[in-house]
Design a protein around this ligand. Structure first.
Ligand code: IMP
Length: 427
């Protein structure tokens, strides 16, 4: 089974970093295909605890090559800081490659992300303000600057002069902000180019050769299906395609290639930023989940909104991505609850629905219909086999499988690699 995609099934932060770090042990290539420094993949392993924003979570294994695909938007500043941190911790980063086609986050993207959010006022999306949205806008508007352009300083100056002229009109005339200096931005990006040049290359041949050699390739998704630009809770979404299909255009892969799609779900739900979340708990229970699980954004430090597992949303994700299996993470967070709820449908305008609506306005009005399940109230973090789990925990997992209509392949009961129960082998 050489090509496996690991995709977020909820609103991001499902624990994809841990799952990829675990599976990467057997992988030859680990690849990011979408998103940018808005991601924060928490990985806890013998090197320490890391929050990776751009570097694929496979970087810790000496035999694994890592690749940042064309679908990713790269902030050179964030990437260089991350590489430096990894190197200081003794991690070899020389096996990283960055696609020449990956778009760059420029200083005006970060500025515009902030200015646009401020201008939205009470309708702010709650972005990570890392410039991701404006960078994807420029990609589609054909105003983007790509990593490969850092290797041609003369060409870069010409492109930057043209683009910055337009951006400065926007910054000064629309937002009343000071203009950016061409010289400063150019010098800065030339320096970034010098530092990143050893990593930037044509990545398609790397993937092609790995496929020909039938090597194990892991596609590391970022964000989650419910933040997808098309299938998420629009407009409260990110600007890329975190769904499995995003990997085809985000890397240059044919849809024929993927062998296994693993959806990652938390055993409950979280969301950071604005937008509807039917199972959000604004009460003590929500606060308990936040405290037990330390649910604060890995990129922004914002408290995450917490709530019960939403099976309507998870079933929708399973369909959109066609998951072969699900990795259920953070089961241990529910260890102390006397009773656990699962949302099995929504009540809206007097009707009961079990489909995830396309309209955020409708989803905002949806009231969750809950099934109540008794909690197992005993620790699970030390358990390593499904049969060793308390019977009520086993029943919870089996019920989620039924509701999502997808087998649960892996259960995570703690942040460390070994705190994982393999229910059905993936590799
Ligand atoms: P942006 O991706 O920074 O433009 O933010 C758009 C929305 O996606 C906001 O609600 C963010 O909080 C959310 N978001 C972006 N990246 C992540 C992530 O990695 N985890 C969780 N939420 C995210």
């Amino acid at each position: 089974m050489p090509l496996i995609a690991v995709v977020g099934a909820q609103w991001g932060d499902e624990g994809k970093g841990k799952v990829v770090d675990l599976l990467a042990e057997k992988a030859d290539l680990v690849v990011r295909f979408s998103g940018g420094p808005n991601a924060g993949h928490t990985v806890s392993n013998p090197y320490g605890e890391f929050r990776l924003h751009l570097v694929p979570s496979g970087i810790f294994y000496p035999h694994t090559r890592c690749l940042i695909g064309n679908g990713v938007v790269v902030s050179p500043a964030v990437l260089l800081e991350e590489l430096e941190h990894l190197q200081k911790k003794g991690v070899d980063t020389s096996r990283l490659s960055i696609s020449t086609r990956a778009h760059l986050i420029m200083p005006y993207h970060t500025l515009l992300d902030k200015l646009e959010e401020e201008a939205r006022g009470s309708k702010a999306l709650g972005t990570t303000r890392s410039g991701v949205g404006p960078a994807y806008m420029d990609k589609v508007a054909r105003l983007g600057i790509r990593a490969g352009e850092l290797l041609d300083k003369e060409g870069l100056l010409q492109r930057l002069r043209f683009v910055l002229e337009q951006k400065n009109i926007l910054l000064t005339k629309v937002y009343g902000a000071p203009p950016l200096s061409l010289e400063e931005v150019y010098d800065q990006y030339c320096q970034y180019g010098d530092c990143l040049a050893p990593f930037i290359c044509e990545t398609e041949p790397i993937i092609k050769e790995a496929l020909e050699r039938e090597e194990i390739i892991l596609l590391e998704g970022a964000q989650g299906t419910l933040l997808d630009i098309d299938f998420g809770t629009y407009p409260y979404v990110t600007s890329s395609s975190p769904v499995a299909a995003g990997a085809f255009v985000g890397l240059g892969l044919s849809p024929k290639r993927i062998d296994y799609i693993l959806g990652v779900c938390k055993a409950y739900t979280t969301r950071v930023g604005g937008g509807p979340m039917p199972t959000e708990l604004g009460d003590e229970t929500g606060e308990s989940i936040r405290q037990i699980a330390h649910e604060y954004g890995a990129t922004t430090g914002r408290p995450r909104r917490c709530g019960w597992f939403d099976a309507v949303a998870a079933r929708f994700s399973a369909y959109i991505n066609s998951f072969n299996g699900v990795a259920l993470t953070r089961l241990d967070v529910l260890d102390t609850f006397a009773s656990i709820k699962v949302c099995t449908g929504y009540k809206v305008n007097g009707d009961i629905i079990d489909q995830f609506p396309s309209s955020s306005a409708v989803l905002q009005r949806c009231q969750p219909i809950y099934e109540e399940i008794p909690g197992w109230q005993s620790p699970t973090t030390h358990l390593r086999h499904f049969e060793a789990l308390p019977p009520l925990a086993q029943s919870y997992i089996k019920r989620l499988e039924e509701l999502i209509a997808c087998p649960i392949s892996l259960v995570s009961v703690g942040p460390r690699r070994e705190q994982t129960i393999i229910v059905r082998p993936i590799l």
